[in-house]
Design a protein around this ligand. Sequence first.
Ligand code: PBG
Length: 328
Amino acid sequence: MYPLIRNRRLRQSEAIRHLVRETIITPSDFLVPLFVVEGKNVKEEIPSMPNYFRMSLDHLEKEVKELWNMGLCAVLLFVKVPEKLKDNKGSEALNENGLMQLAIKTVKNACPDMLVMTDVALDPYSSYGHDGIVANGQIVNDDTVDVLAEMSVSHARAGANFVAPSDMMDGRVLSIREALEDEGFVDTGIMSYSAKYASAFYGPFRDALDSAPVDMDMVPKDKKSYQMDAANRFEALRETQQDIDEGADIVMVKPGLCYLDIVREIKNEVDVPVAVYQVSGEYAMLKAAAEKGWLDHDSVMMEQLLAIKRAGANIIASYFAKDAVKLM
Ligand code: PBG
């Protein structure tokens, strides 16, 4: 008998395809990463991230207003710290008038309802380019956690809605949660980079912030002693569950595309929102291929974002956010 079921019936026009579509990307899916630098009237393109910029506070103000008007309501802030302010303790990270603290206030002044999330890790502040304090050739866990907790309180005090620890130290979510509670910041949330892999896809980001690990004092030039091994799956579930137990409000998988199996697994296991970070290298790859005319930029971009959401992402941190929303 000829098949009674013809799956193509549901694909024959855009109208029916639209009607049965399971996954739809909207502006509210996005978290927009922004890179802030010192100075005035600075807006410099990041060489390995075409059409993405580091900007000074005056441009940041314009940018967030534009994002808000496009329906993009959440930003994730990163700062590029001048070399002379870097040390091995993250001192500048705690400066109440530091660039991050000023950036938070700038966004909140320009756009009070914009959700402000901040990166919490020492790498932009570290003379070693590591996410934590270095001693005897190692990245020290517990002393780092103390600084991260203080840093989180400082961000909350400046007005951050969420802090986003991206350092992968053990126990940092609990320490940050306790420090926030102690200081009365009970409504400040934690979006934890829970399953963050030691990935080569972060290269362009480290260019953007000049934050790559430095070759000195026999300290490893990679982050493999704290970020996760790309080969591991169970470990991602364990890390994520632990962060939730410690008080994470949102968990994250990073990078995106190569790790969508992990995203789906975590989504099936946990009941908190799951964020995915489509990282700088993923952005750079598509920009480069499109520049060569080898891939159609917009179609591939939307296909990738859709894949991330279909895999289980409730929130997508992406450098493509503006490009994508312009197409909607
Ligand atoms: C800092 C941090 C990194 C990224 C986000 N937060 C770099 C790293 O861990 O080395 C990467 C983001 C990207 O590549 O887009 N700890």
